[in-house]
Design a protein around this ligand. Structure first.
Ligand SMILES: Cc1ncc(C[n+]2csc(CCOP(=O)(O)OP(=O)(O)O)c2C)c(N)n1
Ligand SMILES: [Mg+2]
Length: 561
């Protein structure tokens, strides 16, 4: 290890460490609490692009989306107190999505601590449950060591967010310290005994089913999943918002287990006799609020492959728990002897046929048919186009009626966090400018982080934002109508003219009020040479792809609600 004899500021040591760990970009909102780090980033600007955002929630979502897209920790810098609290939504998202991310927070000076100094928060307590690890660096000489630990923790095992608090006086200290080499990834593999047990379970199975999901996937692991599915003729379902782990046009694809899961897929999961979960935690969203798989002992044989040992046996008592990374498991499983024509060939074909049936859409009230819009996008968008979503009923269109074909074409928060779609799209476009990036947002969702349109313009991130406007927080209205029919409370919205708002930021803006106008509007967006936004005004009655608002209300009334 090279011993540095020159002294560097804590900020410089930190930024040198980021360079060594391969950081190419960081998202931030500045603060006076980490000026020494900003100053070091000034010197590093040829290596590390600093993307300045308008709200820390947007910056943290961008870092999370970058981490999800690249598998490298998304880097975010924010100031203490208010900056950290704004950014916390991105940390929660990264945790539930198992996304590698590092949030750096400027902290009050060491000699001011525990006085409730200006904007002082104890980040260990604040982020205790939200982050994988929280550290405060008290000594600039320990920066290389602790930053190395932060990178290792963020990417290895079950990936997740790490929070690093940086006292401002520590960043300004000058120290003479050696750097630590770039972090290493570890891949955990299953043992021979576990593989033998896996084969024995497969030999007994009549109706096996794979569920793929969670974090730590790579393009290589996704390719290995395809090989695995083909070698053993296994149907593959995706967990909630992990639809891009398996080509949706592949004859073994069975659909996604999210909020818009097909009713027949739900039956398939209930009726399968061997469930092979690769990377998925099998959380609340994927299991229909824990109704698909019995807790704690499932009636299906369960092979649960997960990179985090603490997830195994947490909710489900698996027949065969395997603590391995998804890539490590698949690499070993693909060396097992292939199966010729298994008993379940027709079961697999039926699962795909049911998925295709669920792709068909019915007419909804009003002049805009989102099903037709999605069918057009399905045909028009390149296979590697990226679709982003936040949370809201509108996202069902992107979940159920789009076919994801290649890895990392879907960026959506599995914690159902509103406001994610726009910043995630901007981060994706900045990261890979050759790809088409389309953000889906509801009228509610959009205005949670719509201010980041300014960031899109500042960095010429030519995303296309679709704002699906029904004049309400539709998801909550749907739940209201189901449980308290006709009693509308806190869900109505008065909205701006979204296209005019977009134009004022410098985007190309369009408004679509009928299906037939969508294609031309989208093409004008693509040709505009700018980031662009289309407000799609939909009939408030078109509350879900399946049922209208009135139908939901009438059904609830009929049920005596
Ligand atoms: C940050 C956050 N706040 C609140 C919620 C609760 N919530 C879930 S969906 C939703 C409404 C979304 O409205 P909109 O974006 O207009 O989509 P719509 O359901 O109308 O299609 C709300 C308030 C949430 N998931 N995330
Ligand atoms: Mg809405």
């Amino acid at each position: 290890m090279e011993i540095k004899t020159v002294t560097r500021s804590g900020g410089q040591v930190l930024v040198d460490a980021l360079r060594i760990h391969g950081v190419e970009r960081a998202f931030c909102v500045p603060g006076e609490s980490y000026l020494a780090a900003l100053d070091a980033l000034h010197d590093a600007k040829d290596d590390i692009e600093l993307i300045v955002c308008r709200q820390e929630g947007g910056a943290a979502y961008m870092a999370e989306a970058y981490g999800k897209l690249t598998g490298k920790p998304g880097i975010c810098f924010v100031t203490r107190g208010p900056g950290a609290t704004n950014a916390s939504v991105g940390v929660h998202t990264a945790f539930q999505d198992s996304t590698p991310m590092i949030l750096f927070i400027g902290q009050v000076a060491r000699d001011q601590m525990e006085r409730e100094a200006f904007q002082e928060i104890d980040y260990r307590r604040m982020f205790g449950q939200m982050a994988k690890w929280v550290v405060e660096i008290e000594d600039a000489a320990r920066i290389p060591e602790l930053i190395s630990q932060a990178f290792h923790r963020a990417v290895n095992g079950r990936p997740g967010p790490v929070v690093v608090a940086l006292p401002e006086d520590m960043l300004a200290d000058h120290v003479s310290v050696a750097d630590v080499p770039a972090f290493k990834r570890v891949e955990a593999h299953p043992g021979d005994e576990q593989l033998a047990e896996f084969v024995a379970l497969l030999e007994k199975a009549e109706r096996p089913m794979v569920v793929a999901g969670g974090g730590g996937w790579t393009a290589k692991a996704v390719e290995a999943l395809k090989t695995f599915s083909e070698t053993f003729h296994l149907p593959v379902a995706a967990s909630f918002r992990c639809q891009d782990l398996f080509d949706n046009t592949h004859p073994n694809y069975a659909g996604d287990l999210g909020l818009a899961a097909g009713p027949k897929l739900i039956q398939h999961v209930k009726n399968c006799d061997l469930l092979i979960s690769i990377g998925a935690r099998l959380g609340e969203m994927t299991t229909g609020a824990y109704t698909l798989i019995d807790i704690p002992v499932p009636k299906q044989s369960l092979v649960h492959v997960h990179p985090g040992a603490e997830e195994l046996g947490r909710v489900y008592h698996a027949t065969l728990p395997i603590n391995a990374s998804v890539g490590g498991f698949l690499a070993r499983a693909n060396r097992l002897p292939p199966i010729a024509v298994p008993r379940w060939k027709e079961w697999t074909a039926a699962a795909h046929a049911d998925y295709l049936e669920n792709l068909q859409h019915a007419q909804v009230p009003g002049p805009v048919q989102m099903g037709d819009v999605m069918a057009w996008l399905r045909k028009q968008l390149p296979a590697d186009a990226i679709l982003t979503t936040g949370a809201g009923n509108y996202s069902a269109w992107a979940h159920r009626f789009y076919q994801y074909r290649t890895f990392r074409t879907q960026l959506g928060p599995t914690n159902g966090s509103m406001g994610y779609g726009v910043p995630a799209a901007i981060a994706a476009k900045i990261t890979d400018r050759n790809r088409t990036v389309v953000a889906f947002a509801g009228d509610g969702c959009f205005l949670m982080n719509g201010q980041e349109l300014a960031t899109a313009v500042q960095y010429d991130a030519r995303v296309i934002v679709l704002v699906i406007n029904n004049g309400m927080y539709g998801t909550i209205r749907m739940h209201q109508e189901r449980n308290y029919p006709g009693r509308v409370s806190g869900t109505q919205l008065t909205n701006p003219d979204f296209a005019a708002l977009a134009r004022s930021y410098g985007l190309h803006g369009e408004t679509v009020e009928a299906t037939a106008d969508f294609a031309a509007a989208f093409e004008r967006c693509e040709a505009s040479g700018k980031p662009a936004l289309i407000e799609i005004r939909i009939d408030p009655e078109a509350l879900t792809p399946k049922m209208s608002l009135t139908q939901i209300r009438e059904q609830a009334v009929a049920q005596g609600k």
